[in-house]
Design a binder for this molecule. Sequence first.
Ligand code: PEP
Ligand code: MG
Length: 539
Amino acid sequence: MECLKGKSAYAGVALGKIAVLSKQDYVIKRKKIDSPEHELERIEKAKEKSLEQLQALYDRAVVEVGEANATIFEVHQMMLEDDDFNEEIENIIRTEMVNAEYAVAKAGDDFSQMFASMDDEYMKARATDVKDISERLVRNLYGKEDNDLNYSEPVIVVADDLSPSETVQMDKNKILAFVTVHGSTNSHTAILARMMNIPALVSTPLNLDELKSGMEAVVDGFTGEVYINPTEEVKNQALEKIQKEKEKQELLLTLKGKENVTKSGKEIKIYANIGSVSDVGYVLTNDAGGIGLFRSEFLYIGRNDLPSEEEQFTAYKQTAQMMAGKKVIIRTLDIGADKQADYLELGEEENPALGYRAIRICLSQPEIFKVQLRAILRASVYGNISVMYPMIISVEEVLKIKEIMAEVKAELTEQGMPFKDIEEGIMIETPAAAMISDELAELVDFFSVGTNDLTQYTLAIDRQNQKLDPFYNAHHKAVLKFIKMAADNAHKAGKWIGICGELGADLTLTKTFVEMGIDELSVSPSMVLKVRKAVRDLD
Ligand code: PEP
Ligand code: MG
């Protein structure tokens, strides 16, 4: 058995035979030609055919993965018509007097390398798109058909990389999982896999030459691992996980589309918490009404520099588009304490949980904060986005945030960048915020209670310290009183209040929260339907 670790693009477990997808390799010969005009004519014809194929792929993708995700094929059509790309092809043909196939392949390689060398992760991922269209054009010049991607039995597709068009052409009932050697979690292929609800790993160090279609494998999209020729033990564990997932799915089927209403008719919203765009598919399959907490700091962690405005904009925009009008609450950078990013050089602290973190960093380094606010505002036109600020302790902080927000909006207006006037909320996760929630409620549109930190700070118990687990009591009366106090103050001011800490998913408290008048519970996607059941079972 061989076990390899890649990056999970979508969770889920699969056990089955692999199908190794080898690229149709043509040896693209460089031939001298006499008539550049003739080659350019051939390219025009191949382009027409490619545009037709892309239109068919777009139509299919709209049905399979929705309009927002299908736009990638519109983008491919636009790329095919791109002036720079076409001029480069023409240039190669005319100056080198070479055949169309060679010129297209060369221009495709040049453009794709240019994208691949860019710093911005989003632009980097576009290298695959350029290769996809140039390969399509070459195929059509040779008069070859697309790769046959219709498998007769369900398989785990293993490939060097998968282009969006290959992904969408596959019959999703025949795909157990995708595993690719290259590709980023930000690629459209990864996004499509998520939308199709198929476990997927990218950046997996497989040696494709050693793999043969028909070999057995287990893909664990939770851990990012793939096992080739798995042992009986690994297979049994996988089967157990698959069974558990199936049970969840069954529960989902019975509750999907149902309202979160108690027997006496009281309604509560149930949203989901996410850490990255890759979680959105899970939010949708679990039928959450929205995203109540997008922990944006995960975009900042595990890398060597700050994420750019474009990178963040793309992540927020994709999330908003995939949620198709449902609410997406983005929490601004909540770094520090247990969530560290070395490049920010936050320094050693005696008491990191009480230290330089979250909104304190953003208010001290507004240049970092502003980039994030710009990205959030710019993404707001693509869906229903709200913003929420963590670790608030004072009215002054909220007033300062409002000032910065106003500056950012003025800049965007001046630059002609569109944005919406989004809802702004704060987290209630410090005793101070709960105590002055009457004043804070006047300044914001909503509250969301971070019970993980609220418990830590109320009980003076480090949430990271395992030794203190026996003392960490999130049901402590003091914590519940703070939540009730914040709920009453929010409602007095005509504002709404949610809970996005782990306590929101505590089914023994669902009744208490409904009675308190909590308007929204945001829980991990896998808990959405369980909480829905608890709400529906209430009298
Ligand atoms: C919380 O503190 O309850 C919360 C939701 O935020 P985090 O767990 O990310 O600190
Ligand atoms: Mg918190």
